[in-house]
Ligand binder design. Structure first.
Ligand SMILES: Cc1cc2nc3c(=O)[nH]c(=O)nc-3n(C[C@H](O)[C@H](O)[C@H](O)COP(=O)(O)OP(=O)(O)OC[C@H]3O[C@@H](n4cnc5c(N)ncnc54)[C@H](O)[C@@H]3O)c2cc1C
Length: 432
């Protein structure tokens, strides 16, 4: 990218160079051939929430709108993988959903749309195909259109394509936006305060989306919820390198001894650990067939926070998470049990914000009645959704063809009472 170090006059300024902002810029520059696009970020591209992603993708969603949206994104990623000789390591091992439930009709029926699913039931059949799963698992649902990518490589690939057609980047913090005949953004850079004049502004500020929206006079119905992961070196080879992304669909207790349980119950800060925790513990090998690392996650936190500049300063990063997620994962992948008593020697514990609406759908499209747009609230699905989100936002900006789900994912849905009531009544929001 050409570093911009003087005041700028551009057609489109995008605030945020995470995967969402980069994808918008890519579709504007490469598909719509816009030549005056500036990506502004106070950090290095892809270094905030987008650096924390588990990088998994799936077309398994409880509502047709999200199925169609993510299917489009997977189509785009397939195309980009083909064009780039799969530089971002897109795999297609699927999602393996596991449950102790005997009857899974309710789970299968809740899968929206025509998606490719296989169900394996019975402990023997499951043991034959997935020997690493707990003997308590009675059903496995295999979502075939899923897998993982390297989000960082995808972001870098899109940035490279932008650079090739003249897309620009500016490193600096947007501190105010003045809305006159055009937008005037004040940007604090290392070299001093710059101003950027733009006909169109795109708000792709991730967890700071409301900070930027307020500068434009709009308050969005989004919150930030901090979620954590661990990655560890699997010295015990508990997780086979070809294991697909596996998820435990059952809520569970953490398997404390009676003594541990009564100690935890006495502590007001920790007594929640003795209660049942929500479904969704997940595990997959990381780093390919010859790697040694494994990733575990569990989005059980539901406390809303203010986004912080440094993710590691987030008070919700709880020191118990590595043990909690290991216990949760060992409950369906028993090979991990030894790590509960004797934790992995080398591991990293990290996290970031799920920036979400209550219905867990993104907001993509016009932000106001002027020339401001938003692409945000990408929750725990922004890496997989980025391509369709960027394509959709660029189509809104350039007046391109909009897909059938465009209205549902835009601010327009907030005034669609019937839809909002329907979504509010749905307990399954597709959150993982
Ligand atoms: C623990 C965890 C696991 C996840 N796992 C997955 C997964 O498996 N699959 C999946 O698809 N998704 C996953 N996600 C979600 C995904 O990571 C996010 O949805 C996605 O990264 C959001 O991208 P973004 O570009 O909107 O935000 P960000 O990456 O946060 O980018 C926003 C950018 O805006 C910049 N910015 C903000 N304010 C300003 C300002 N005033 N001036 C200049 N720049 C500004 C920031 O510096 C930042 O770089 C996960 C998220 C977390 C936290």
């Amino acid at each position: 990218m050409i570093p911009a170090n003087s005041d700028q006059d551009v057609e489109i300024a995008i605030v945020g160079a995470g995967i969402a902002g980069i994808a918008v810029a890519y579709y504007l520059c490469v598909k719509h051939k816009r030549r005056s696009v500036l990506l502004i970020d106070s950090r290095q591209p892809m270094s905030y929430t987008s650096a924390q992603s588990g990088d998994n993708y799936r077309n398994w969603w409880p509502h047709r709108t999200m199925v169609d949206f993510i299917n489009d994104s997977i189509d785009e990623m397939d195309r980009l993988a083909q064009d780039s000789n799969n530089i971002f390591h897109m795999s297609r091992a699927g999602y393996v959903l596991t449950t102790r439930q005997i009857d899974v009709a309710n789970i299968v029926d809740a899968i929206a749309g025509d998606i490719d699913v296989g169900v394996i039931n019975g402990r023997n059949a499951i043991r034959a195909q997935y020997p690493y799963l707990s003997a308590e698992i009675n059903n496995v649902i295999h979502i075939r259109r899923g897998g993982d990518i390297s989000g960082q490589q995808l972001g870098q690939y899109l940035l490279g394509k932008l650079r090739a057609v003249g897309g620009k980047r500016m490193q600096g913090q947007v501190t105010s936006i003045h809305n006159g005949a055009r937008y005037c953004l004040e940007v604090t850079t290392r070299g001093g305060v710059r101003s950027v004049d733009a006909a169109i502004v795109v708000n792709a500020a991730g967890p700071f989306v409301n900070v930027i929206s307020r500068m434009l006079g709009v308050e969005l119905p989004v919150t930030n919820i901090y979620q954590q992961k661990i990655a560890f070196e699997d010295q015990l080879k508990a997780v086979p390198r070809d294991m697909p992304f596996c998820i435990d669909l059952d809520a569970k207790q953490l398997g404390w001894t009676a003594e541990e349980k009564s100690l935890l119950a006495e502590d007001k800060e920790l007594d929640w650990l003795t209660a049942e925790l929500p479904p969704g513990t997940h595990c997959r090998p990381d780093g390919g067939p010859h790697g040694k690392w494994v990733k575990l996650g569990w989005a059980y936190n539901n406390r809303v926070s203010e986004a912080r500049d440094e993710l590691a300063d987030e008070p919700a990063i709880d020191s118990f998470f590595p043990e909690i997620v290991m216990r949760g994962a060992a409950a369906f992948i028993p090979g991990l049990l030894p790590y509960v008593a004797s934790p992995p020697v080398r591991y990293s514990h990290y996290g970031g914000y799920y920036t979400m609406t209550d219905e867990n759908w993104p907001l993509i499209g016009p932000l106001d009645n002027n020339a401001a747009f938003v692409v945000a609230a990408l929750s725990g699905f922004g890496s997989m959704a980025a391509c369709a989100a960027g394509k959709l936002c660029a189509a809104h900006i350039c007046g391109g063809d909009l897909p059938s789900y465009a209205g549902n994912l835009s601010m327009a849905r907030l005034t669609n009472k019937a839809l909002m009531v329907e979504l509010a009544a749905t307990s399954n929001k597709g959150l993982l």
